[in-house]
Design a binder for this molecule. Structure first.
Ligand code: AMP
Ligand code: ZN
Length: 467
């Protein structure tokens, strides 16, 4: 069976066939973070989804080039820079650093390219010049440049490919200057914004005077600079379909006359306890908020990967506890398999890999993929308990899991997941036992238990395990 994905462009499930004539290389662009604050778990649902898409394409044998931009200049950032008095680079740099740290905690592979918008200003200007030359952009009195939807449609191009739009309500020449707007303000949008006093030191020279790019043109310029004028796959959260992605298509195809991205995939939003996340409701979580509660990035990743990307994800603390339990079950089974396999190696067991592939080939149905995995855990546990499992079979099962985990990306339960101060306590407990100071060693054991960890004495020494 071939890999099929839901393409927002055609609003249907389609076979994934890359543009590369040899069917090998895949160019994939995912709109990256706007680095004006810490990323929240909603943002990370989308980035973990992008990581899943890349990993699954690689699992299916494609050679993927994964690009994720860093939006380091747009309206919200400029507002914050003005408020804090920091330079643009200092302000965005701190959140960019934290973003990559969070991405690492969530065990996401680092995209191959992570271009910053501010490093692509020349390309952005060149793209706007093309749009002016082709007559689909125009300059206003203040030196700003806008994209003309009317002119674009007049050339036979379609605006409104990803979402349905009501052009009846649109008045020719009406303009919207903000980076974010909704369908009601369907209007010509800004490509280049002339410098205003509120921009402070954030401006660049251009053929039209000093100013800065609009948000949408940044992604058109960066994606095409790295992946070419036409590429395979464009991803983002569902909120970006309009206006951001619609504008990206119009700008790119308006400038090149060629099809932009062949497939568009959108991840549905994440809600918390059924509600939109908001600071005022107290249901707003960054990744670090969850880590501070004692959860690991691996557990959050498992949870975010547990349901289909096109379904709205309802994040709850119970769900996160459930992810912890699910991982513990899986880890326990894998540990037993490792013990049984010893140094035996094996070829991946075909059924497990085949069932998993069949599930994910259908528009990345991870829920069905997990169903297969947990069914396998149940059966494997049963066979191991009845003593019917050989070292050879255990090795084949482990090899199959390793293939699957190249997609889920959970890795082995890392000792590194144990906070260093607890590892230090564990060492102290071992030293106390050696010195026959059992009072101290018991006190440490109790202290660890309160913190949610138990000591497991194994032939290889003592380890910490979550309660
Ligand atoms: P931003 O940093 O605001 O540009 O957003 C980065 C990515 O996160 C975009 O792809 C958004 O669509 C996505 N995103 C924002 N909020 C949510 C949410 N609540 N659930 C899922 N994805 C989101
Ligand atoms: Zn974008």
């Amino acid at each position: 069976m071939a890999l099929n994905i839901f393409n927002t462009l055609s609003r249907s499930v389609q076979e994934f066939v890359p543009l590369d004539p040899s069917g090998q290389r895949v160019g994939m662009y995912c709109c990256g973070p706007t680095v004006y604050d810490f990323g929240h778990i909603g943002n990370f649902r989308t980035f973990v989804f992008a990581d899943l898409v890349r990993r699954y394409l690689e699992f299916r044998g494609f050679t993927v080039r994964h690009v994720m931009n860093i939006t380091d200049v747009e309206d919200k950032i400029i507002r914050r820079v003005r408020e804090t008095g920091q330079t643009l680079r200092d302000y965005t740099g701190q959140y960019e650093k934290e973003f990559f740290k969070d991405l690492g905690e969530l065990l996401c592979l680092r995209p191959h390219d992570t271009p910053r918008a501010t490093e692509h200003i020349a390309g952005i200007i060149a793209l706007i010049e093309k749009l002016l030359a082709r007559g689909v952009a125009y300059q206003t009195g203040d030196g700003s440049i806008y994209f003309s939807i009317e002119k674009y449609r007049g050339c036979g191009c379609q605006y409104g490919r990803l979402v349905k739009l009501n052009f009846e309500e649109m008045r020719a020449g009406e303009r919207v200057s903000s980076d974010e707007y909704d369908k009601e303000s369907l209007a010509d949008f800004a490509l280049w914004k002339a410098r205003v006093p509120d921009d402070g030191a954030v401006f660049w020279p251009s053929p039209w005077g000093e100013g800065r790019p609009g948000w949408h043109i940044e992604c058109s310029a960066m994606s095409m600079a790295i992946l070419g004028e036409s590429f395979d796959l464009h991803l983002g959260g569902e909120d970006l379909a309009f206006p951001h992605h619609e504008d990206e298509i119009a700008q790119s195809e308006g400038a090149t006359g060629k099809p932009f991205a062949k497939y568009w995939m959108h991840a549905a939003h994440l809600l918390v306890e059924g509600k939109k996340m908001s600071k005022s409701l107290g249901n707003f979580f960054t990744l670090r908020d969850l880590l501070a509660k004692g959860f690991t990035g691996r557990e959050v990743r498992q949870l975010l990967l547990s349901s289909h990307y096109r379904e709205t994800f309802n994040f709850t603390m119970e769900g996160l506890e459930g992810a912890r339990t699910a991982l513990a079950r899986l880890d326990e089974c894998l540990a037993k398999l490792r013990e049984l396999a010893g140094s035996t190696t094996g070829v991946p067991e075909a059924k497990l890999v085949g069932d998993f592939t069949a599930a994910l080939d259908h528009d990345l149905n991870v829920a069905a993929g997990w169903g297969t995995v947990f069914e396998w855990v149940r059966e494997t546990n049963r066979l191991m308990a009845s003593g019917q499992f050989t070292a050879q079979q255990a090795a084949a099962a482990l090899a199959a899991w390793q293939k699957i985990d190249a997609v889920f990306g959970l890795g082995a339960k890392a000792e590194a997941g144990v906070p260093p101060e607890l590892l230090a306590l564990l060492d102290e407990r071992q030293a106390a036992r050696k010195a026959k100071d059992f009072k101290r060693s018991d006190a440490i054991r109790d202290e660890l238990k309160i913190k949610g960890w138990v000591i497991e004495d194994t032939p290889k020494g003592a380890r910490l395990k979550r309660v």
